[in-house]
Design a binder for this molecule. Sequence first.
Ligand code: SF4
Length: 638
Amino acid sequence: MSMEPAEVQARLEHILPRVQKPGRYTGGELNQIVKEWDATSTRVALAFPDIYDLGMSNLGLAILYDALNQQDGVLAERVYLPWPDMEAQMHATGLPLYSLETKHPVAAFDILGISLPYETLYTNTLNLLDLAGIPIRSADRASSHPLVIAGGHAAFNPEPMAEFIDAFVIGEGEEVILDIVRAFQAWRERGEDRASLLRSLARIWGVYVPSLYRVEYHQNGTIRKVKPLVEEAAMPVLKRIVGRLPPPITRFIVPFVDVTHNRIPIEITRGCTRGCRFCQAGMITRPVRERSLTEIMRAIEEAVQVTGLDEVGLLSLSSSDHDEIIPLVQEASRKFSDQHIRVSLPSLRIESVSVELMDQLMGQASRSGFTLAPEAATERMREIINKPISTEQLIEIAREIYRRGWHTIKLYFMIGHPLETLNDVRAIAELCKAVLAEGRREMGRRAKVHAGVSTFVPKPHTPFQWVPCDTMDQIRAKQALLKRELRDPGLKLNWNAPEETMLEAWLSRGDRRMGAVIYEAWKRGARFDAWQEHFTYEAWMEAFASVGLDPAFYTHRERPLDEIFPWDLIHAGVQKKFLLEDYRASLRGQTRHDCREGCFACGILPIYSDLRRQNPGEAWKCPEVRTPTRARAHIPVR
Ligand code: SF4
């Protein structure tokens, strides 16, 4: 029998004085929603498998929290993973994982929805299930256990977590979460078994139920075939999208403790039309849909009023591409600057308009760091990755940034791109020095350059999904070169340990068999893998050895063009044929312009043509569809 909330509260009071930042574990913040437990028939726990400080900044979960709590008969509450000091106390006192709002154990909820925006949360997810007292493997759960669903960008290759999650949401969650709740309620009414619930979920557009598929392998370990086992199991599972972005949510919960982003996040655009070939988010979030200036301004005003927060982030994969960005920034500066509300644009293209926009937004505020992400330092390399900009232009923009008073420019690069040579890596150091020289001309020794150099991992559903990842030796050699070259008090270099890159690559490129590795690594103490101080490479190596899989199989193999990928059973809207053409174009050094200027037929439009037709106008950035609806349903409605 699960523990009563009063008992959870009593144990909490006993242990909270012994842990760091107890405010992470109490709930009770401004704008949290507490519905009456006994009067609500369907209860959903929404979990972020890392600590409160990170989870509170997750916009996806905030959207679902709002959408679910708006429904009669449904409640949603929040769950985060405890930091190790709290976990130790929970074990010592027998306290199960609980929700912040009403302190009900997670196991008492009907549905547990887990956000998986990135892959290094997988061992934490197992830990979360364990702390909640829910069987780790889907196959071991009974009807009395919560239904365990997960979604987020990592779910676009769900296979490594297939054993542990009952159903994945592929794509945008606003509408599908309500379909799932309705299917759950109908199933409960019918009083059928858990297998029948899973089959009914598989009927929903955008839901993938891994246990309803069998994967067969070739002798060499590659996939021979994926077989749906029941007629409800779609093949492939098409990503869910909304035809029109609903109004942004505004009633954000205001934390008591410092969190990663203590700001109001307003999503101004979803999707990206630029087509950077390394960028998974850019490919899987198409089509581009924008919110109007009026809608955004209204949301900012409302959110400022109900939260009292003084920073607003206008979120998008490429904020300066919003059609109305200049009037939006002008309007926001005019309206909010005298209220001391800071408006930020976290992801800007490298172009002079970005500098002007930032200049307007900053007003008299202190100008510390300005971020540019060229991703590669030679023009050749930037053409290969489809982020074309000339070095001359880049330097000019850097000069303009220093001239307007910023003293630090943060430059983000990646090493390990396809066809990269040591000269391309050396060019990173040269470009950093050239930018610093511009700064020194403008402001002397106060000018600084911070170079962040991560390592490229070829992600599923991108034009680079066929290419191998650098080996640890290659990464070390490239990093050593940069450390040698970037020695100047004005230059600072940050990089990722090669071991962390390997983990990201195994998890994002893995197949179903990786599930056993994840489980074994977790058993050996792996958790908080995204945290440098907690990541233990040895646990993962031992896990691979115990399962008998070769980690290099997932990372360092150039994959044949006809290989069936583990993630091929997910259709992200963009066709594999288009990705292949684009990969070939990259090998020829051919770039593709922003597809707002001309459609490349990536596959989005024919698949979602009905939705486009139902939503004519400028909000979508794909061309209008004028032909009458054809009899064929593009979207599986079953
Ligand atoms: S369908 Fe055309 S316009 Fe739309 S995302 Fe694809 S390439 Fe771009």
